[in-house]
Design a binder for this molecule. Structure first.
Ligand SMILES: [Zn+2]
Length: 251
């Protein structure tokens, strides 16, 4: 999405009275198993594209939103050859990730190569989950304690691997409510897409009626279908700032 649209989302969240919250507060809410008792918004960016540094993070700073970035660890400093559904673009480099981490951005893991974890053999999944953590920790010189499933995809075995690897929580792309502390290995996240306007975002955070939410979900479904079918989405919609999910295939 364009930086202007993203800034509109931030302004809409603030106008609705949503409180920005940092990752420590998110983890406390997730450990509690009832995030509803901890109202607020934390924004995450999957895949770690360079435009996060150039466009999205400065807007987060301007509006007071902490953020988390989930880089594809083996592609730090490289082009996104792993993603055939998205135009070629550059990932953040190690110095840029360190700069962001020093500035307060939480860096989480998102595997080494972005597979559907439930569809690869378990030993491959384990390697993707464990290696990404150590690679990122070596690269930024800080502990990495949160994980986001590529494409939001997991299974009970995969979630156990994430727990065994020593993460504190793992995020899905499912906006269902948590069912207690054990849900922290499948913590809910709401995907926001390039087609979402401020009303759609408001609906997704529960601040507008079901009609706006239905419209936002229908648009997201159509957008994902276009991606799966390999249809071209106009460049101006595919946009500059790659918040998670802005490409058709899903994060
Ligand atoms: Zn992703």
């Amino acid at each position: 999405m364009s930086p202007a649209r993203f800034e509109g989302h931030l302004a809409a969240l603030l106008a609705l009275g949503m409180k920005p919250m940092d990752m420590d507060s998110v983890l406390a809410a997730v450990a509690d198993g009832a995030p509803g008792r901890h109202p607020g918004v934390h924004i995450t960016f999957d895949d770690g594209y360079r435009d996060f540094l150039e466009h999205a993070w400065p807007l987060c700073v301007r509006h007071g939103f902490p953020a988390t970035v989930f880089p594809v660890a083996a592609y730090v400093g490289r082009r996104n050859e792993w993603d055939l559904s998205f135009p070629r673009t550059s990932h953040l480099t190690w110095p840029q990730l360190r700069e962001l981490s020093d500035a307060g951005v939480t860096v989480g893991a998102h595997t080494d190569t972005h597979p559907f974890l439930s569809r690869v053999p378990l030993d491959i999944a384990r390697r993707e989950i464990v290696d990404a953590k150590s690679r990122l920790e070596d690269g930024i010189g800080r502990a990495v304690s949160v994980f986001a499933y590529p494409h939001g995809d997991s299974s009970p075995d995969v979630r156990r691997l994430v727990e065994d690897a020593g993460y504190a929580a793992a995020f899905s792309l499912d906006s269902r409510r948590m069912l207690g502390p054990s849900s922290r290995w499948q913590a809910p996240r709401t995907a926001v897409y390039a087609l979402d306007g401020p009303r759609g975002v408001a609906a997704k955070v529960g601040c507008r009626g079901s009609r706006a939410l239905w419209r936002a979900r229908a648009m997201n479904r159509a957008f994902r279908l276009c991606g799966y079918a390999g249809l071209l989405v106009p460049r101006r919609l595919r946009g500059i700032s790659h918040a998670e999910g802005s490409r058709g295939e899903g994060p």
